[in-house]
Design a protein around this ligand. Structure first.
Ligand code: SF4
Length: 174
């Protein structure tokens, strides 16, 4: 049954986890089980705070909620700044996460034109294209549908991922 409160649980972190394995957000939301923060996760949270004197922004829009590391004004419009402490071998997950922040924020903060993804000391400016937005919008739709279902999303266990997955002891597919 459709539950409008599910929207409150959708955020860019869930998008990243869904891209890794669609079962993880389902376990989190349906079974209310969350992996405790590891030391490296805590360091990542500390290292991605905005510079002193500036603040993060919490937004709640029609597609979910997000904490934006920073929003800066540029001559072409507003820029969402997303900081990551570590490089990932799967950079596309960072992009999906950043674009989902934009999709969640755009209904409440107009004029966002770009995303600045800061990974370690490197900046990457992402121009928001309609194709990119449509792709990530599709992921948000899939997540919303999956979290409104009592059945876990189907997936084939992947030994590479499942072997190191903290959620496997609760996983209906493992
Ligand atoms: S054990 Fe495998 S299938 Fe289950 S949640 Fe983890 S990665 Fe996904």
């Amino acid at each position: 049954m459709y539950n409008p409160k599910i929207l409150e649980r959708i955020n860019p972190t869930i998008v990243k986890q869904y891209s890794y394995c669609p079962v993880i957000p389902w376990i989190q939301v349906k079974l209310n089980i969350y992996e405790p923060l590891t030391d490296s996760m805590k360091i990542a949270v500390e290292n991605t705070h905005p510079p002193s004197g500036r603040g993060q922004v919490y937004v709640r829009g029609s597609r979910g909620s997000a904490i934006i590391d920073e929003i800066v004004e540029d001559k072409g419009g507003r820029v969402i700044v997303e900081r990551k402490a570590y490089r990932s071998h799967n950079y596309s997950r960072y992009i999906e996460q950043a674009v989902s922040t934009y999709l969640i924020a755009r209904s409440v903060i107009p004029g966002i034109r770009k995303i600045k993804l800061v990974v370690g000391n490197r900046d990457n400016i992402i121009d928001i294209s309609e194709d990119l937005a449509v792709d990530v919008e599709r992921i948000l739709d899939l997540i919303e549908k999956s979290l409104n279902s009592d059945k876990p999303p189907s997936t084939s266990p992947n030994p590479k991922k499942c072997g190191s997955c903290w959620y496997r002891r609760y996983c209906p597919h493992y």
